[in-house]
Design a protein around this ligand. Structure first.
Ligand code: NDP
Ligand code: MG
Length: 404
């Protein structure tokens, strides 16, 4: 199948990583910020990677463009109303076209790929990722909500199926890179860096008036809308604390957050002897994506390099959890565990959706999440079904409050 690819290797491309042929990538969420950057990585390394599965939710036009360029085995368009359009646009190819939420899981269960890039946003990414794990496929994980909602299940299944979960989130990729060669050494703590978002240093009397356009302007990263709002509220860092707990098997007290506005140090690990390792680089998600795809090999590239002479100040400060209360709520969920992170995540997804649709203001998001966390029954050791139920209950509860 690989010889059918439209993208042909050129003489400047490096030899395959590890010499085992082309790694076949399934990009779940190919039309998003992470998905499109992943395709850039694949296009730049056609002898190393191929795109075998592409999925979109609504954006049929971009999905078709991507499919024509990368000639995958399968595409999935989530929105069933767009199925016939996609099918017609790809009629002259051998690409299989599927639709519906269920199809995402079915395709995750196929054998036409080696690595799933989990780049769907939100809770919707959980089921296909679980399916890929039980199908024995390696996961390059961007979708942090998967671990926030059901991290215990996901990690347990990964161990049972001997499936590696390689983080794509830049902070977790940094920690992962710091841990290479350190398997026998105990982690004292990890230090997650946070840019602080567009409202760093602002107080509630300012935040009460900010509008979506303002909140969507991130100083250092260009990302999808949901994570950009999460970065502005600092919920993103809270989700990342929970993500770190599961990925690296940490206790809540071992996870520290520090504001680092330049986003050059992507995170750090402090070991038992007090030594701290950090991973640095310019903020560019293509780097952690490429690292996850190529692991354990690093792949040469022409991305711009960090120059100490140009950015010579790296600064650090404490997060303001009194103003950015979402981070405090996430710490509470991290400490209490059970289904509380799942409830918090569901309420946050509703809150961000409502804010993006100008239905509630910036600070209302926190109130909505807090009320939902207080009202949905706590379960200490939920089953997978109970996680799904808690997610549904929390969504309805939050949506009712704001009459969505
Ligand atoms: P985007 O919103 O840019 O893209 C989301 C992708 O998921 C799109 O392909 C979208 O399809 C698809 N999608 C959306 N909703 C659904 C659904 N209900 N079912 C199936 N597919 C759906 O998000 P990002 O790329 O920014 O983020 C993806 C994930 O990666 C998130 O979990 C985020 O937290 C994480 N991440 C992102 C980073 C970044 O720099 N962007 C950095 C670190 C982590 P369509 O385009 O058709 O709507
Ligand atoms: Mg991150």
């Amino acid at each position: 199948m690989n010889e059918q690819k439209n993208i042909k290797p050129d003489s400047n491309t490096p030899p395959p990583a590890g010499g085992f042929g082309v790694k076949r990538i399934a990009i779940f969420g190919s039309t998003g910020s992470i998905g499109t950057q992943a395709l850039e990585v694949i296009a730049a390394n056609p002898t190393v990677f191929s795109a075998e599965v592409l999925t979109a939710h609504n954006n049929d036009e971009l999905l078709v463009q991507q499919a024509l360029k990368f000639n995958p085995n399968v595409v999935v368009i989530g929105d069933e109303k767009k199925y016939l359009k996609v099918k017609a646009a790809l009629a002259s190819t051998n690409i299989k076209v599927f639709t519906s939420e269920k199809a995402l899981e079915e395709v995750a269960g196929m054998d036409c790929y080696d690595v799933m890039l989990a780049a769907i946003v939100g809770f919707a990414g959980l089921k296909p990722t679980l399916k890929a794990i039980s199908n024995g496929k390696a996961i390059a994980l961007a979708n942090k909500e998967t671990l926030v909602v059901a991290g215990d299940m996901v990690m347990r299944k990964a161990v049972e199926n001997r499936v590696p979960i390689i983080p794509v989130d830049s902070e977790h990729s940094a920690i992962f890179q710091c841990l290479v060669g350190e398997t026998r050494n105990k982690i004292e703590k990890v230090i997650l860096t946070a840019s602080g978002g567009p409202f760093l240093g602002r107080k509630p009397n300012y935040l009460v008036n900010v509008k979506r356009e303002h909140a969507l302007q991130h100083p250092n990263w260009t990302m999808g809308a949901k994570i950009t709002i999460d970065s502005a509220t600092l919920m993103n860092k809270g989700l990342e604390m929970i993500e770190a707990k599961w990925l690296f098997n940490l206790k809540p007290g071992q996870i520290q957050v520090v504001i680092h506005p330049q986003s050059i140090i992507h995170s750090m690990v402090q070991f038992e002897d007090g030594s701290i390792k950090a991973q640095l680089g310019l903020p560019d998600m293509k780097l952690p994506i490429q690292y996850a795809f190529g692991f354990p090999k690093r792949i040469a590239n022409q991305f711009p390099r960090y120059d100490f002479k140009k950015i010579n100040t790296l600064s650090f400060e404490e997060p303001d959890v009194k103003t950015f209360r979402n981070l405090g709520l996430a710490m509470e969920a991290l400490n209490k565990g059970g289904n509380l992170p799942c409830i918090m995540n569901a309420a946050n997804e509703i809150a961000v959706y409502a804010f993006l649709h100008n239905r509630i203001n910036f600070l209302d998001m926190t109130d909505l999440i807090e009320k939902t966390m207080q009202n949905i029954p706590f379960i200490e050791k939920p089953t997978l079904e109970e996680y799904f139920e808690s997610d549904g209950e929390a969504r309805s509860f939050a949506a009712d409050i704001i009459s969505l």
